[in-house]
Design a protein around this ligand. Structure first.
Ligand SMILES: Cc1ncc(COP(=O)(O)O)c(C=O)c1O
Length: 477
């Protein structure tokens, strides 16, 4: 039997799973796959991050990384909170402007096209520059079109550790921290076009020591900028605070050790075609490394931010949060995945069940995690009375005519063998899994998205596009 990996489910998401009739009704109406987002949860998650700021007496913006989900409802709900938004494309910027974010609450990040730079400058949002070349191009646009000065953060990368040797990996993005002089010269040259607010980083890792080195590197860069006569006042530490997907960490340990056993041939496979997720058997010894996002994290989301701020600077022997506070710098963050914790689920209808193969109306791009992680067990929501059969270990096949189209290469655990018409619910998938990779291969439909809110013990829903935070027509009408 496949070892279980049961998802962590909190709050509204739990009560959504208990509403079987409602879930079947919306899939019957709108088709499978179907994305459900929970905008109210996003507002609660913003507060979770703000609590850390308050406890540490820090100010600054919580900029949600839009790329983690395309939903209109989520972005509009966010606009009704105090949070900002990090936009990484022209379309995301247009979306944020249309959802009602004020200009101080929008930060343009990532590599930028000329059109993206122009609209960011014309609208007057904060630009987080990725390189000195981009900064120069932005300054050129501001000068050519006689635009007001643009507020600018400069992204850095390639930080060197001062204390213990911490591994830092190369990044495609950001000005190398070893070449700050070029950045200062470019900023000085373009001071009529850009107002320098401070420095930034975003590291694509869950490693805390690496992030502490980067934050310390930013504090050092801020000192250098002050000495040059610049007046920066904010540090942006990007996203990457993470989510814990698994309810019980022991299941992760059990699964990884069973996987090792299966790779070595000591037990029947628990993955399709004996896939090793980076592990391989070399003459009876397991080699390679498990290359997946850890499904269980002891510290993630706001708690991870708090831990980072409590980490001591290697050079100054004081907590990084205290150093920020003493310098009166604002702290900006750009969480994507962590702000979407418990904010949604993908529903798929079971089409066919053959031995240990369950085919669903949806495919691997509709809950796409496999490049980075292992999918948790879906939740089975039977159509009628539960089948009452034994638990089952099954593989999940998608609706593409492709051998590789499995929703996950691991065998998942279900409490009973599903039947055609039942639903499988992939919970806690709002961050990246839901629509980051969704496409129209084979002209299969991409999921529609609905926004759902709890309402007097039941559920109220609307199409994603129809959601606006304003309520009360029924009360006032
Ligand atoms: C610049 C930047 N900020 C924030 C994020 C969000 O990261 P996460 O969703 O891991 O918090 C990303 C993700 O790629 C990013 O590139």
């Amino acid at each position: 039997m496949a070892p279980k990996l049961q998802p962590r489910v909190d709050g509204d998401l739990g009560s959504l799973l208990d509403s079987a009739a409602f879930l079947h009704q919306i899939v019957d109406a709108l088709g499978s796959p179907l994305n459900v987002v929970l905008p109210d949860q996003l507002a609660r998650n913003v507060q979770g991050f703000r609590d850390v700021y308050q406890a540490r007496h820090l100010g600054g913006g919580i900029f949600f990384a839009h790329k983690a989900n395309r939903s209109r409802a989520l972005i509009r709900a966010l606009a009704a909170t105090e949070a900002g938004i990090d936009v990484a494309s022209l379309a995301e910027l247009q979306h944020a402007l249309g959802a009602g974010f004020g200009l101080d609450r929008i930060m343009a990040t990532g590599p930028k096209s000329r059109e993206f730079l122009w609209l960011a400058a014309r609208a007057g949002v904060i630009v987080n520059a990725d390189s000195t070349t981009e900064l120069t191009e932005l300054a050129g646009i501001v000068a050519a079109y006689r635009l007001p000065r643009v507020r600018l953060m400069a992204r850095l990368s390639g930080f060197a550790s001062t204390g213990t040797n911490v591994m830092t990996r190369a990044s495609r993005f950001g000005v190398p921290a070893a070449r700050l002089a070029t950045l200062w010269e470019t900023l000085e040259k373009h001071q009529d076009q850009v107002e320098f607010l401070g420095v930034a980083y975003h590291l694509d890792t869950v490693g805390l020591p690496e992030k502490a080195v980067a934050l310390e590197g930013c504090l050092h860069a801020m000192d250098e900028a002050q000495q040059r006569g610049l007046r920066p006042r904010a540090i942006d530490i990007g996203g990457g605070f993470g989510v814990s997907y698994l309810d019980d960490g022991r299941q992760w340990e059990a699964w990884t050790s069973e996987l090792t056993g299966a790779v070595l041939g000591k037990r029947p496979p628990i993955t399709w075609n004996g896939h090793g997720y980076g592990l391989r058997n070399e003459g009876g010894t397991v080699r390679g490394t498990l290359s997946v996002y850890p499904a269980h994290r002891t510290t993630s989301g706001p708690a991870y931010l708090d831990r980072l701020l409590g980490t001591e600077s290697a050079a100054q022997r004081r907590a990084l949060g205290t150093l920020l506070l003493d310098s009166l710098y604002d702290l900006h963050v750009e969480p994507g995945r962590a702000l979407l914790d418990q904010c949604g689920a993908v529903l798929m209808r079971v089409e066919d069940v053959r031995d240990d193969l369950v085919r669903v109306a949806g495919n691997s791009a509709d809950v796409a995690l496999e490049q980075h992680g292992v999918l948790m067990d879906p939740v089975l929501v039977p159509r009628g009375a539960p089948a009452g059969s034994e638990p089952a270990g099954v593989y999940l096949a998608g609706n593409l005519c492709l051998e590789a189209d499995l929703l996950t290469r691991r065998q998942v655990y279900l409490p009973a063998r599903p039947r055609p018409g039942d639903l499988l619910v992939f919970v806690n998938t709002a961050g990246y899994l839901m629509d980051f990779s969704a496409g129209n291969a084979l002209m299969q439909p991409t999921a529609r998205t609905v926004a759902a809110r709890r309402d007097r013990g039941g559920w109220r829903w609307c199409l994603d596009d129809q959601y606006w935070p304003v309520t009360g027509r029924e009360e006032t009408g």
